[in-house]
Design a protein around this ligand. Structure first.
Ligand SMILES: [Zn+2]
Ligand SMILES: [Zn+2]
Length: 137
């Protein structure tokens, strides 16, 4: 199933379009996602293979890679701080913070990952499979 989705940041300066195969849609409770999102978990949609095109505001896009992380990078709008998608060359795919989408996601969340790092107050209880760290491939 091939999909094309549009999204944008809170201030509207950055707009993007992503295309590809929706493979994974996960709530991640890891401590990095909690810090980066400011809430209990991140919710990320993966398109793989996938492409990312900035339609507007690319010059506003900033990236912070956690120095000790293999891959974890927070991509965001310099003006409003909203999280934005990221192209991952090693995977040939795109990870999209689902809250940045303006279109409806084509699939439903499949699992909760890094439950081992879950904050006690974070939401859950929807019956999704939960994994202490990464979901099995
Ligand atoms: Zn913005
Ligand atoms: Zn995470």
């Amino acid at each position: 199933m091939q999909t094309t989705l549009k999204g944008s940041c809170l201030c509207g300066a950055v707009r993007y379009e992503v295309s590809g195969e929706p493979t994974r849609f996960l709530h991640c409770h890891c401590s990095r996602c909690r810090k980066a999102s400011g809430t209990g978990h991140a919710t990320n949609l993966f398109l793989q293979p996938g492409t990312l095109d900035w339609l507007a505001g690319e010059e506003q896009v900033r990236a912070f890679k956690v120095p000790e992380a293999k891959r974890f990078t927070n991509v965001f709008c310099a003006t409003c701080g909203s999280r934005l998608p990221r192209w991952i060359p090693e995977l040939g795919g795109v990870v999209i913070p689902a809250g940045s989408l303006d279109d409806e996601a084509p699939i439903k969340p499949q699992a909760r990952i890094f439950e081992g790092s879950r904050a006690a107050w974070s939401c859950s209880g929807d019956g999704l499979p939960a994994y202490a760290e990464y979901a099995p491939q």
